[in-house]
Ligand binder design. Structure first.
Ligand code: SF4
Length: 451
């Protein structure tokens, strides 16, 4: 195993300078996939991915790229970010000719990536980024321009966008803690977190601002391999570990309260995003909200449509949102987010109280909050992968087989979370029950969307 690890390290270090070609290639792919479809006519009813470029691109982005990038962190950590993501790479190149200002305080606030995620998720739903190439271009090009601008303004040679503002950064970060790979300093971790040794990490500028000499957490590591040098035992090294190990050892791996908070909120937001499109409850909610706004004398306003860049407005495709849709979708998503987050926090807090550890209660809640990561990850991948599973059926796999695959993965995510609950509590006790209710709640809510 250690020979393979050495070979991988050598490969990445030897080819580090050639990453630029990969970045250039990915940028060209980005341009073709994002900028070409808006100039093509919308697909006909009977068009399919093998005879229509717009549908092919939709399948590649939403059916393949998004779910697989999330899933990839289990096997490769955040390699996507360091090696393939065109936004992060372009932001870093912009920094090389940029103003090199220091990062403002507001950007370093740890809630910023959460706000970025919430904003982009709701915005993408409102403008129909998944179904309409014009607004997909708006979302992806808009974030690309922002990433480049942030890279140009702040800290030359680094990636402030990836660390502080990327909307999917926190999602990949928290799930990368479940991943099978990690880059670690040369000496083993201490009980209280941090590493001891004479290596001080000098000479390495980590693009995501990690102190490489005391690195114990993977969440912000984009696996650029800049801190790796197989020639010396003093550099960071690649470590293959069993998936989930870092979360099992979270006590000593820089647990961060913002990560469970994000996990709770993101689970609620994602559930809201899937539920509003399919649930009767949303229709009732929209009617009640419409009646309320009508009684307030806003009937004229809520019945009007808005510009395409703010909400779906495609009369030719027979889909036009009015302001009532805009307000209903936004508030439904936010309410779903707060409700799910509150329920998960409630179950976690009860578990923490029952566990009665010697540490502060907030520390126990933080630690136990990571329990839901596997169930949330697998559910999200299955939800985002619905297009992929449908394509498997279209390609000839029986519906039953596809459903069995989905159910096995779904059950696997839940079982993994339960195992994690046991590992984090270190014993069977009553305290585990609320955590299990939390896992059951996530499974129940996602089951309604997926099956
Ligand atoms: S810790 Fe090393 S591999 Fe990870 S982002 Fe920083 S420099 Fe790159």
């Amino acid at each position: 195993m250690s020979d393979i690890v050495k070979d991988i390290e050598n490969f990445f270090v030897r080819n580090r300078d050639r990453f630029a070609y990969i970045h250039a290639g990915m940028f060209i792919v980005f341009v073709v996939l994002i900028l070409v479809p808006p100039f093509l006519p919308l697909p006909d009813e009977d068009a399919a991915i093998w005879n229509n470029f717009t549908l092919l691109v939709r399948f590649l982005i939403w059916g393949i790229w998004f779910p697989l990038v999330l899933l990839s962190v289990i096997f490769f950590g955040r390699l996507w970010c360091g090696l393939l993501c065109p936004q992060g790479a372009m932001a870093e190149y912009a920094g090389k000719i940029g103003l090199n200002r220091s990062i403002p305080r507001w950007m370093r606030w740890q809630g910023m990536p959460i706000i970025s995620f919430i904003f982009i998720t709701i915005f993408a739903q409102l403008v129909g980024a998944r179904d309409y190439p014009l607004t997909a271009m708006e979302v992806f090009s808009g974030t690309m321009i922002l990433a480049v601008l942030v890279g140009f303004l702040y800290t030359s040679g680094r990636r402030p966008w990836c660390r502080y503002l990327c909307p999917i950064g926190p999602l990949l970060g928290i799930f990368s803690r479940l991943g099978a790979v990690s880059l670690i300093p040369p000496v083993p971790p201490l009980e209280k977190g941090g590493y001891r040794g004479d290596w001080d990490g000098k000479g390495c500028v980590c693009p995501t601002f990690i102190n490489t000499s005391t690195k114990v957490a993977s969440s912000n590591c984009i696996e650029c391999f800049r801190c790796v040098n197989p020639e010396t035992s003093a550099s960071l090294h690649l470590k293959i570990r069993h998936p989930g190990l870092e979360t099992e050892e979270i006590k000593n791996r820089e647990p961060n309260i913002w990560e469970p908070i994000f996990l709770f909120l993101a689970t609620g937001l994602a559930l809201g995003a899937f539920h509003w499109q399919a649930s009767r409850f949303y229709i009732q909610y929209k009617q009640a909200l419409g009646d309320f706004l009508l009684n307030m004398g806003l009937g004229d306003f809520i019945g009007r449509s808005g510009p395409w860049w703010l909400m779906v407005n495609y009369p030719d495709a027979g889909e036009v949102f009015i302001w009532l849709d805009f307000i209903s979708i936004t508030t439904f998503l936010l309410e779903s987010m707060v409700m799910v987050a509150t329920i998960l926090f409630f179950f976690t807090a009860i578990s923490a109280v029952l566990l009665r550890e010697k540490e502060e209660i907030a520390a126990t809640i933080t630690r136990l909050g990571y329990v839901y990561a596997p169930a949330a990850l697998v559910s999200l991948v299955l939800g985002l992968g619905l297009i992929l599973f449908q394509s498997m059926i279209d390609l000839g796999l029986s519906k039953k087989t596809v459903q069995v695959i989905q159910e096995i993965l779904f059950a696997g995510g839940g079982a993994w979370s339960m195992y994690l609950a046991f590992r984090l509590q270190e014993r069977w006790s009553l305290a585990i029950i609320p955590n299990l209710f939390g896992i059951g709640f996530i499974a129940f809510a996602w089951h309604k969307v997926l099956f």
